[in-house]
Design a protein. Structure first.
Length: 335
């Protein structure tokens, strides 16, 4: 038995223990998910991008599937020029911006948020109506955003200049131009925000993190599984959140939570990493897509070519990249 096969079996056993401990079906649940919610065949479609850029990627998509946001790089006079790429219904707009280093999220109004740098300190930005601008910040050793919802509420986190520990932040749409330290676990970060204002995050130390969810009413609950040594949240969509837990085995186990009830299911161990989940609970990550305990590989990879999924809309459009002789933005439809 190869080491890879052994790891997959151990992870599968752990996932079975995870679902069993929460009162959900184990093997039977996998069979039901695999046959009753089968993955439709996705179609790979390239996205237009600037011909003079040497790399580009589609990094985020809004829940409706209309807006896609990504990033690109081109060289001008021997200097890298970051590009913000926005597709509206497939039509590309290219914005040159020295501060739009990394794209994080886009909402259904076409507002894009991401992270950049100012004087070598992490600084978040927002794009709206043709303009890229820094978001207001509080004193810190760096601040980063992690998501935006349809209302325009933005969440993120900062690093304390005194302790270097992270603390959660929110930029409320109802109070433009302001930022507030979020009433949530004080040592940790946000990892995403849903359309109704539910926020998920991770608290605690790097070695023993704990997941949490904050409801729109301000109630904070732990997000973990019974017997887990630690839990890390990575994102959320609708009533679902994704992340991983440490159950004491040789590998962590990928998990999808129903954060309204706390119920969890283990995900296919063949995911190398997780990137997004939509309101229907469809999960994407690495080069795979999953509607339940099973998953399938997204088309477009092959000899000398690889693909990666970065985000998924509520209507099943997946966006990401294809890496061959260079990196280019793509989307998968019909998923």
């Amino acid at each position: 038995m190869t080491q890879i096969a052994r790891r997959r079996i151990l992870a599968g056993v752990a996932a079975g223990l995870l679902t069993a401990s929460l009162g959900v079906a184990g093997t039977a649940g996998v069979a039901t998910a695999a046959t009753g919610k089968s993955i439709r065949l996705c179609t790979l479609r390239p996205l237009a991008y600037p011909a003079d850029s040497y790399r580009a990627s589609a990094d985020a998509i809004d829940p409706t599937g209309r807006y896609i946001a990504g990033s690109g790089l081109r060289t001008t006079g021997g200097v890298n020029q970051p590009l913000l790429l926005i597709w509206d219904g497939g039509r590309l707009t290219t914005i040159e911006s020295s501060i739009a280093d990394t794209v994080v999220d886009v909402n259904s109004s076409g507002v894009v948020v991401g992270n950049g740098w100012e004087n070598s300190i992490g600084r978040p930005w927002r794009y709206h109506a043709g303009r890229v601008e820094f978001l207001p910040v509080v004193p810190s050793d760096g601040i980063w955003v992690t998501g935006i919802n349809g209302a325009g509420d933005i969440v993120g986190y900062g690093a304390s200049p005194m302790t270097s520990e992270s603390f959660p932040l929110r930029w409320p749409a109802a109070r433009p131009g302001t930022v507030e330290v979020l009433d949530a676990p004080s040592t940790g970060q946000t990892d995403g925000i849903t359309e109704d204002g539910t926020i998920v995050g991770t608290a605690g130390s790097f070695t023993t993190p704990t997941g949490w969810v904050r409801t729109p009413a301000g109630e904070v609950r732990e997000l973990t599984v019974p017997g887990a040594r630690s839990a890390r949240v990575l994102g959320a969509g609708g009533r679902y959140a994704i992340g991983w837990v440490d159950l004491g085995g040789p590998n962590t186990v990928n998990v999808r939570w129903d954060h309204t009830s706390g119920a969890s299911v283990g995900l296919d161990p063949r995911f190398d990493w997780l990137t997004d989940v939509n309101r229907h609970g469809v999960v994407v990550g690495s080069n795979r897509i999953s509607r339940g305990a099973s998953s399938v590989v997204l088309p477009g990879g092959g000899t000398g070519v690889s693909v990666g999924a970065n985000a998924i809309s509520d209507n099943g459009i997946v966006v990401g990249f294809q890496r061959g002789t260079r990196i280019s933005p793509v989307r998968w439809t019909g998923c």
